[in-house]
Write a protein that binds this ligand. Structure first.
Ligand code: CP
Length: 319
């Protein structure tokens, strides 16, 4: 694996999951693999879980880890070519990227959708510039359209908790006060579609996701109906994808909040969310604090998904 940006880079999912469970049994088994190798984790956007779990994964592998918060202390970066740089951005990303690459062996990048230009977002302009110009293996720590480390951790968690061969997994939109990218739901759909599990996506009309990600999933506009018989409920907000509403909030209807009445329609489903979560917007206190809520083990598995990815990047590029 040269870079990691989507499920397509991980290869056979059964093999990747086996590797994850082996690593989970002994996270220090490969603690010599990263000796004298440096991870540079670059954040254009805020993070708690990704920041900590990715550094922990690197440390478990014996790597050094440097974290750069681009918007706190670094020079503001211009990203457009041909721009006359007479504004407030003193450095161009096309110099900054190879400089950053020269200080490390592997780059992790977080750069969300900006909702300024749908084409730039969906072409993953920033992520691809890092891949093109850094000279180093790059992995996504959530880019404009996908959050593959999260989705891999989600799948590891589903494997740990599923009670049936082919669980019914429901991805449900839920309300949020701010406009959020589609990266988590896109990526979750893409990873679950790579299994043979049943995936149902439920959301209000107007919140349809890009079909390239939702693929064979069933789209159900009636949330109650979608929840019937579900084994896992995965809640997430996202802003509208389709034009002319790209990046807009179309609804904050709390009738879509995941509550105990809706959970009672399921097959005693587990509740999942990538976190951070807005309580009593996305999910009620009662549901997220219930025994069926697995958001904490789900977040803990972020170390394991990152460690599998870093281990492969180290092995395939430096071993
Ligand atoms: N789920 C997730 O990526 O969390 P952070 O945004 O805190 O990293």
């Amino acid at each position: 694996m040269r870079h990691f940006t989507s499920v397509n880079d991980i290869g056979n999912l059964d093999v990747a999951l086996k590797e994850a469970f082996e690593l989970k049994k002994d996270v220090f088994r490969y603690d010599a693999l990263g000796k004298n190798k440096t991870l540079l984790a670059i954040f254009f956007d805020s993070s708690l879980r990704t920041r900590l779990s990715t550094q922990k994964a690197a440390l478990n592998l014996g790597m050094n880890a440097i974290v750069l918060d681009v918007n706190q202390g670094a020079w503001k970066l211009e990203t457009g070519r041909g721009v006359i740089m007479d504004g407030d951005k003193p450095e161009h990303i096309l110099e900054a990227i190879p400089v950053m690459g020269s200080y490390c062996d592997i780059i992790g990048l977080r750069s969300f959708a900006r909702f300024e230009n749908k084409q730039d977002d969906y072409e993953e302009k920033i992520l691809n510039q890092f891949i093109q110009y850094s000279g180093k293996p790059v992995f996504s720590m959530e880019a404009a359209t996908r959050h593959p480390l999260q989705s891999f951790a989600d799948l590891i968690t589903i494997e740990e908790y599923r009670k049936t061969e082919r669980p019914k997994i429901v991805l449900t939109w839920a309300p949020h006060p701010r406009s959020l990218p589609q990266a988590v739901p896109n990526s979750f759909a893409e990873w679950i579609n790579a299994t043979d599990y049943e995936l149902v996506i439920t959301h209000p009309e107007g919140y349809e996701l890009d079909k390239r990600f939702t693929g064979k999933a069933k789209i159900e506009y009636n949330q109650d109906k979608a929840f019937e018989g579900a084994d896992f409920i995965y809640a997430k907000n996202w802003a509208a994808y389709n034009d002319p509403n790209y990046g807009k909030i179309l609804s904050k209807d709390r009738a879509w909040t995941v509550d105990s009445r809706k959970m009672a329609l399921t097959n005693n489903a587990y509740f999942m969310h990538c976190l951070p979560v807005r309580r009593n917007m996305i999910v009620t206190d009662e549901v997220i604090e219930s025994p069926q809520s697995i958001v904490i083990p789900e977040a803990a598995n972020r170390v394991i998904s990152a460690q599998v990815v870093l281990k492969r990047l180290l092995t395939d590029n430096y071993d």
